[in-house]
Design a protein around this ligand. Structure first.
Ligand SMILES: Nc1ncnc2c1ncn2[C@@H]1O[C@H](COP(=O)(O)OP(=O)(O)O)[C@@H](O)[C@H]1O
Ligand SMILES: *[C@@H]1O[C@H](CO)[C@@H](O)[C@H](O)[C@H]1NC(C)=O
Ligand SMILES: *[C@@H]1O[C@H](CO)[C@@H](O)[C@H](O)[C@H]1NC(C)=O
Length: 262
């Protein structure tokens, strides 16, 4: 069933999540309903939060597998090729003739720690997601939906983080764009703020997925590393991804990154 060389080995990062083809049009403004306007650029890209995270982890050297379903069509075929060319196992990528199906359940090998990224977030998230994941990682918007605390600075993120710990999380990371990220855990409830480098942002699309993918890579490959250090490095990698255009196209590979990150 699989053509991946790592199919018989244990995967160290397994991502259950969405896999979408992005159809991206550039135009001076959004058209009104029914209006036709001139665009100046169009491209088709690989996206979907789950797949993005998987690509970033694989590019850093993780033995990654993706669990998702694609359609029985050209986009689905191309996506499977995209996974393969990034060295990702497609053993658990199914094709269906019905519409693409969203996947909400997490199935992981016992040895694979879990990161849960509540995107898109809903206020009535099943309480098990807080309790059963090792690292709960969300952005400012998601933190606000889940906790009711509007997160616009580091102090607010600390308040939201405390509520997420009360809900049963053992570790929480809230990413805050240019403000970096905030880490809190049951062991160390004092919020730890990790700032980012000041860079020129070209395209911040998919920065959060780059962060989660990089974090998964560190959790799998450096299990003894402190979560704080993993978050610092994941922030660095996500910050590299915002300095060029696109989502997966902007995700750096190991060879393009400073060796001290490994
Ligand atoms: N403008 C920026 N400058 C520097 N780093 C950034 C910037 N935007 C995002 N990042 C990096 O990407 C990470 C995730 O970004 P964020 O915007 O919180 O995620 P999302 O894509 O989910 O909105 C941040 O923690 C940070 O490390
Ligand atoms: C995909 O489509 C082809 C041709 O239409 C068909 O033969 C095949 O059974 C379909 N596969 C799935 C998984 O639906
Ligand atoms: C957080 O992620 C969601 C997707 O769940 C996205 O819609 C939202 O714009 C992001 N928020 C920020 C502040 O980037």
């Amino acid at each position: 069933m699989s053509n991946s060389p790592s199919a018989t080995a244990v995967h160290d990062v397994v991502v259950v999540g969405s896999c979408m083809t992005d159809l991206v049009s550039f135009a001076p403004r959004l058209p009104k309903p029914g209006e036709t306007i001139h665009g100046h650029k169009f491209f088709i890209g690989f996206g979907g939060k789950g797949a993005n995270q998987c690509i970033q982890a694989a590019r850093l050297g993780a033995k990654a597998a993706m669990v998702c379903k694609v359609g029985n069509d050209t986009f689905g075929e191309n996506y499977i090729e995209n996974f393969k060319s990034n060295g990702i196992s497609t053993e658990y990528v199914a094709q269906t003739s019905e519409a693409s199906t969203g996947v909400a359940s997490i199935t992981v090998n016992d040895d694979v720690k879990t990161i849960f990224n509540p995107a898109p977030a809903t206020a009535d998230l099943d309480p098990d997601f807080y309790k059963k994941t090792d690292v709960f990682c969300c952005n400012e918007t998601e933190a606000e939906i889940l906790t009711g605390v509007e997160v616009s600075n580091v102090e607010d993120a600390g308040k939201a983080g405390s509520i997420l710990l009360e809900k049963g999380c053992s570790a929480v990371i809230i990413t805050m764009g240019v403000k970096g990220s905030l880490l809190m855990s049951l062991e160390n409830q004092t919020p730890c703020h990790i700032p980012t480098r000041k860079v020129k942002a070209v395209d911040t699309t998919g920065a959060g997925d780059s962060f989660v993918g990089a974090l998964a890579f560190y959790m799998a490959h450096y299990p003894c590393m402190e979560l704080e250090e993993m978050s610092r490095r994941a922030c660095d990698i996500a910050t590299v991804s915002i300095q060029s255009q696109g989502t997966q196209t902007s995700y750096p590979s190991r060879a393009q990154l400073p060796q001290e990150l490994f």
